[in-house]
Design a protein around this ligand. Structure first.
Ligand code: SUG
Length: 414
């Protein structure tokens, strides 16, 4: 029934900074403790949303989470920031909820046994600064998707065996968005240098909770070699949309024969694009989207335009007729923390009734875009250093900004 794909992007928060919090994410380590520009970051993210919305793609905005996270700090006995050690201060100040691909796993109603959209927020337990997102994410998603069409599961138990990073490790192949699809869950193999962030047990639990037909759920093991090369999420090494699945030859272990022959599977070889360049450019962290008038285009990070091998790979995809065009966008502030265009968005396939049930105030249109630009210009700093996290006025500014945003988006922000 007229199902389309919509995107929810995480609006980048006013405390965006580089704290080197994500061991295994090479960009985060590389830019640790450098100076960030939250205003530019938020505008870059918002412009990306506007670019998609102008192409006719349904686009929603999810608010940032309150930072510093006073609830988490108080739970540890802190009532002011003065005595909080740097490591904790950085974690509780992180704007990492911007990467909405890690917010949840969502199964569309055409895939589930009860014909409802199933939503499981990710527990993100592998990293402290990300684990504190789960409760507020659940709170936001319940407000965004209210009513009987949606089933909200709680995050999986907060324990290492159930480590779950959401849609960044989840893909869906289908003949069209409305059709029953094959949901692909990617979990980590036994890596040596860097930790895997998703377990098979967690992925299986989500498939079960979402009441997927077992024949339509595929579990792929991410190769340890890829993880150790800095591929901390599947969306750094593969992309998919409708029938099309594009992956790097070093992405998985035991991949052969796992996908239905009805899909178009395109392999990018190590020779064409060494894994080092795939991680450096975030080639696979592009958004592969179907235009309303038909045909697919790619929204790629600007970094790919500057890498000859990545550009040749995209040219090949165009020549072979898989995609019509590539649009290179600048999301460099997010990229420096290891988050490309696809990390910033959570995809959700919705039919007409489900779309109508979504809270109307978060759909991006011209007016909301202008309002959010003004809100960012007014409330955001253009520079944050690690020392600035000790400045009490940053916490006040951030709180004030989110209070105003709550009125704009008509969402309760805790
Ligand atoms: O979890 N970076 C995020 C990037 C998430 C990217 N998301 C997807 N691939 N879908 C992470 O590693 C860095 C924060 C810091 O170092 O300040 C960070 O959390």
């Amino acid at each position: 029934m007229n199902a389309i794909e919509a995107n929810i992007d995480g609006l980048i928060g006013p405390t965006h900074n580089y704290a080197g919090l994500s061991f295994g994410n090479v960009a985060s380590a590389k830019h640790a403790l450098s100076v960030s520009n939250p205003k530019q970051a938020a505008l870059q993210g918002l412009r990306k949303m506007k670019f998609l919305s102008d192409m006719g793609i349904a686009q929603m905005v999810m608010p940032p989470q309150p930072r510093p996270d006073w609830q988490a700090l108080q739970q540890l006995g802190f009532n002011s920031l003065d005595t909080v050690p740097d490591s904790l201060l950085h974690s509780f100040y992180s704007a990492s909820s911007m990467w909405a691909a890690n917010a949840a796993t969502i199964s569309p109603s055409s895939d589930t046994a009860d014909g409802k959209v199933h939503i499981t927020p990710a527990n993100l337990i592998s990293k402290l600064h990300r684990s504190i997102e789960a409760a507020t994410t659940a709170h936001y998603l319940k407000q965004i998707f209210p009513g009987p069409h949606f089933v909200h599961h709680p995050p999986l138990p907060a324990q290492a065996s159930f480590a779950d990073e959401g849609a960044a490790n989840h893909m869906r192949l289908c003949s069209s968005h409305a059709a029953k699809g094959t949901e692909i869950f990617v979990y980590g193999g036994k890596s040596v240098k860097y930790p895997a962030r998703q377990t098979l047990v967690a992925s299986e639990a989500i498939a079960r909770l979402h009441s997927l037909d077992p024949q339509n759920a595929v579990f792929l093991c991410q190769s340890p070699q890829a993880i150790d090369a800095g591929v901390f999420h599947n969306d750094v090494i593969a992309m998919s949309n409708e029938r099309l699945f594009i992956y790097h030859e070093k992405a998985y272990e035991g991949f052969h024969g796992k996908l239905d022959a009805g899909y178009i599977v395109v392999k990018i070889s190590e020779k064409e694009l060494p894994i080092h360049d795939a991680v450096g450019t975030y080639f696979f962290n592009s958004q592969l989207i179907t235009l309303p008038k038909g045909g697919m285009v790619v929204i790629a990070p600007k970094e790919c335009e500057e890498n000859t091998k990545a550009k040749i790979c995209f040219d090949r995809l165009i020549t072979q007729g898989h995609i019509k065009a590539v649009h290179y966008l600048d999301v460099r502030e997010s990229m420096k923390n290891g988050g490309g265009p696809a990390c910033l968005r959570l995809r959700v396939v919705l039919n007409k009734n489900e779309r109508q049930a979504v809270i109307p105030s978060i759909w991006l249109h011209e007016n909301l875009y202008d309002q959010l630009c003004r809100w960012i210009e007014k409330n955001y700093r253009d520079r944050i250093t690690p020392e600035d996290l000790r400045d009490p006025s940053l916490a006040e500014e951030s709180q004030r900004a989110l209070n105003e945003l709550s009125d704009i988006l008509k969402i309760n922000i805790p």
